[in-house]
Design a binder for this molecule. Structure first.
Ligand SMILES: *[C@@H]1O[C@H](CO)[C@@H](O)[C@H](O)[C@H]1NC(C)=O
Ligand SMILES: *[C@@H]1O[C@H](CO)[C@@H](O)[C@H](O)[C@H]1NC(C)=O
Ligand SMILES: *[C@@H]1O[C@H](CO)[C@@H](O)[C@H](O)[C@H]1NC(C)=O
Ligand SMILES: *[C@@H]1O[C@H](CO)[C@@H](O)[C@H](O)[C@H]1NC(C)=O
Length: 421
């Protein structure tokens, strides 16, 4: 990688950005390959039975009328509980080639994916139907407003999907997307609307905030530092957070108590769960202080599952999502157990929330989608070696998702929960 990011012009940054995204994708990829295994093997004191937490709607029910709500989801319908149905008549919701905002790490068709099956699945909740994503309604609602996604590369994928779902009703010349360091801004001029993405993989300040100068294995998060990034989120009318993958470094997480500038850094090591709990609490505190529950909404997207080990779904050992074109059919499939303890932390913290956070519980429904990852059909970070080329499993990305694809469903759920909580 080149040194930059000190580059002065926005244009230059815009050109560098895709590389940074690739670099980060690669790091996350490495982290998952080597990190998740580790934590799954060693940090599971939880018994399987102990995880049956249902915080998803509890926090919202305490509030009668949420901003933006037009109605209610049918009583007793959990939109996150359902099944995938093949629906070639209504999917995909847009074409890969018609959405210029998809980064080349997610354009699977352009990078040679031989089939499109992954684009035709529609999520069908068991007990009700999802409302159709109405781009006109969404844009009218956002008129004069600011919507922001905050988190890591997976949230960036959801952000891009969201923009793809509505950009086609805006004429050329009345819309733009620009990137300034950590911030990407999509502007719909005639609506006086911006839809933004802010890079903060831990939400808190960390040594991974700069896309170029970072460490792979030695991640450090600064305690109580949410305002470092949070000051850029102020004034948002709708916020969509995520954070998960970057915490998966192993058993312990390094927490900085002082400043990153201290010569001798004051660092403690705590369990991943405790570190994650600290971040969730910081996020909630920030939300309570800076967001107005009568006018604004806050969403939190749960952990995006990866498919790095085929043995998880009963496949041959040593393989991963590469070549997978079918869904996992076992409705009880969950994947690596390490997600459970984090889900539990989220549940515990959100249950006590004094602000109505809308929880997008996409983990289970996404875990069936081993077919939906970008795999080898993406722009590569660096040229592949002959050894890699001879063994595609070795470089398949089983973390990120092709667009159009699974993440459009996350946004249909976001749409459903925004207007029909
Ligand atoms: C998320 O949804 C799945 C599937 O409906 C459910 O089993 C799980 O308990 C939910 N998790 C939370 C934290 O609500
Ligand atoms: C989409 O929303 C707009 C604005 O509320 C409404 O006029 C239109 O009928 C909706 N379209 C569909 C297909 O529901
Ligand atoms: C545009 O929206 C911002 C809030 O995002 C508001 O402060 C401003 O007054 C709006 N401008 C116009 C011309 O409506
Ligand atoms: C992937 O699928 C192709 C075509 O079906 C097959 O030839 C190849 O052996 C598969 N590779 C792996 C690693 O399963």
């Amino acid at each position: 990688m080149k040194p930059p990011l000190l580059a002065s012009s926005v244009l230059r940054k815009a050109r560098i950005f895709p590389y940074l995204v690739t670099l980060l994708s690669f790091i996350v990829f490495v982290a998952v390959l080597y990190g998740e295994d580790f934590i799954c093997l060693f940090s599971q004191p939880l018994q399987l039975g102990s995880y049956r937490y249902q915080p998803s709607t509890r926090t919202e029910k305490k509030w009668k009328k949420l901003p933006f709500a037009l109605g209610k989801t049918e009583e007793g319908c959990d939109v996150f509980s359902g099944r995938w149905v093949l629906d070639e008549s209504t999917r995909p919701l847009y074409q890969e080639s018609e959405c210029p905002y998809i980064q080349p790490q997610l354009t699977c068709q352009e990078h040679g994916r031989p089939q499109k099956d992954y684009q035709y699945w529609r999520w069908q909740p068991h007990d009700c139907s999802l409302p159709s994503f109405n781009a006109t309604l969404m844009l009218e609602t956002l008129r004069g407003k600011r919507m922001m996604f905050v988190g890591d590369s997976l949230n960036r994928g959801q952000y891009v999907s969201f923009v793809c779902l509505l950009h086609s009703i805006i004429p050329k010349g009345a819309k733009s997307m620009e990137t300034f360091d950590s911030l990407t801004v999509f502007t719909a001029k005639d609506y006086n609307t911006t839809i933004e993405f802010y890079w903060a993989p831990f939400l808190l300040e960390s040594n991974s905030d700069n896309a170029v100068v970072h460490r792979i294995s030695d991640r450090i998060v600064k305690k109580g530092s949410i305002n470092k990034h949070g000051r850029h989120w102020k004034g948002a009318d709708i916020l969509v957070f995520n954070t998960y993958l970057w915490w998966m470094t192993g058993l312990k997480m390094k927490i900085l108590l002082g400043s990153f500038d201290d010569e001798v850094k004051d660092i403690v090591e705590v369990s991943t769960e405790d570190a994650y709990r600290m971040a969730m609490k910081s996020m909630l505190r920030w939300v309570r202080k800076n967001m107005n529950p009568k006018k604004t909404r806050v969403f939190f997207t749960s952990m995006s599952p990866s498919h790095a080990k085929s043995i998880d779904w009963g496949g041959e050992p040593g393989l991963n999502c590469y070549n997978e074109t079918t869904l996992i059919e076992d409705p009880n499939y969950w994947g690596s157990d390490c997600r459970r303890s984090i889900m539990q932390v989220i549940g515990e913290v959100f249950d006590k929330s004094k602000f109505p956070i809308t929880f997008l519980n996409i983990t289970q429904l996404s875990s069936y989608r081993k077919d939906a990852h970008t795999s080898i059909y993406k722009k590569q970070w660096s040229p592949l070696t002959p050894e890699q080329l001879a063994n595609p499993v070795s470089y398949a990305d089983c973390v990120h998702w092709c667009l159009p694809g699974l993440q459009d469903t996350w946004n249909e759920l976001l749409f459903a929960k925004l207007f029909y909580p």
